[in-house]
Every structure is written in C-alpha cells, then in structure tokens.
Design a protein around this ligand. Sequence first.
Ligand SMILES: [Zn+2]
Length: 292
Amino acid sequence: MIRDDPYWPATLAAENVIKDRGIAALPVDPIAIARDLGIEVMAKPASTQGVSGMLLRVGNTFGIAYATHIDSIGFQNFSVAHELGHYFLPGHIDAVFADGDVHESHAGFASGDRYEMEADHFAATLLMPRSLFTNAMRTAGDALAAIEKLADRCRTSLTATGIRYTRCSRDPVAIVLSTGCQINYCFMSDALKEVKGLNWIRKGEGLSNSTATFTFNQSPERVRQADRAEDTSDLQDWFGGDRSLSVTEQVIGLGSYGKTLTVLTALNIEEKLEEIEEEEELIESWTPRFRR
Ligand SMILES: [Zn+2]
C-alpha cells in the first residue's frame, strides 16, 4: 500500500468495513452489507445511458438502485459496492447530494470525477479485500487465467478484478482497457512501475498498430463474442522507453460492454534489463581501446 496513492484513504475505508464486520471469506456480498445497514437495495433498469446505479436519500434513510442493462453479477456487485462507497467515505454524502436527493453513478474507473473514482477504488477493495484476495491469488495461477479465476471467486467483473490484481501482484504486470484504436486506461503493478524509463499510459492514447490488441479490436465481432488472442509484443509499444523487451500480451473481448481487456506480463524483466545493461557496459569498456 503506497501512502502517496490518492486513493489510499478510500482503500483503507473499505478494508475497515471488512474488518469491522468480521468478513473472513470470499465472496463479499455488498447487498447483504447494505441491507444490514438498513439500506434498501433494488434492481432497476437504468433510465440514462451509462448510469451504473443510484444512491437515493429520503430523510435519513438511504436506498441503492443498481442498473441491470449489463447482465453481469460482477457489474451489479460493483455498482452496489460503489454506492456503499458514497455512503461510507467522508464528504461523499454532502458532495453527491449537493443538487438533490438522487445521485446517479458512473461506476467502472472511467469517470474523471474525484468522488466517482474514490467510490470505484472503495468498491474494488470492498469486494476484493487485500488479505483475502492475496490469499486467493496464491492458488489462482498467473496473468489472465488468474484474473478469471479470481473474478469467479469474488463475483467481480474481469476489469475490476484485473485492476485489483495489478495492485496486489508482485510481478511486473499491467492491464489495459481499450476501445477500437484507443486506450481507455491502464493500471500497472508496483514492480512494473519500478522499471526505469517507462512512460505512463494516458487516457485516450492511441494503441500501437503492432500490438495484438490493435489487430483484435479491428473486429468488433470478436470483442462482442468475447473471443481471445495471445501473442508477444514489445514493452516499447506500450510504455515507450529506450529498450526493446518482449512481453506476453493476452487479449479478451468484454462482450456487450464493447471494450477489450489486455493483460501484459513482463516476467523476468529485471533480469533481462540487467543482462542488457551488462552487455552495454561491456561494449562501452571495450570501445575506447578500439578507438586508440
Ligand atoms: Zn457515484
């Protein structure tokens, strides 16, 4: 847990809810937590496009409505957990009800709004608390297979699980969400962030056309049918830098969501970098002699 992480307070608040309620096994049920707090939870078709759920206030009582237009238990659990974030996080009730007693949410790490992002990070942690999640990671395997297994275990979406996976993994991994030729966002593990010379991918950046993800996204049908692809790509195609290093690229279409999830795994990257550096040093140490 990095203390300069702006979402650390939201993460900590979610961990505290888990601890206070004595939750010791996966999956975490956000609807049960809400009902236990006297919050009514109901399924409701979203009236506005892109709304994942709503937090409603009537006097001192609260209600949560979650959207059902995306038929996924993971999406619905995340929506409810996001609304619980607004309920639990300091300052959120005042902020989300500033214009009335109905707050419409855009859960899913795509909003630029501070409160929405905080509620998303709260939700991811609530559904995948660190100690339970890292325990489950031990037997889940690697990369995309691990993310799928963990999503099943936690009843969470592949994207939310992928994000949580990068935050808890000790390996150099990243997940990228993309639509067509554009990157929606990218999350890197701490081990990958520590690799020198890499750039952060920004929202809206273009996908390199030499990646398997770019080719995959040329076919919207493959995205809709949740097809898969696997290849190796160059770390430079994703994060720039001055060294060419190969990474494993796993791609899966997210169905009606219309987006693609890519998992990049750069195992042994530190060793490969050391080898390259040693080689460069060796060349440099010999070069002056030849020049003489
Ligand atoms: Zn919200």
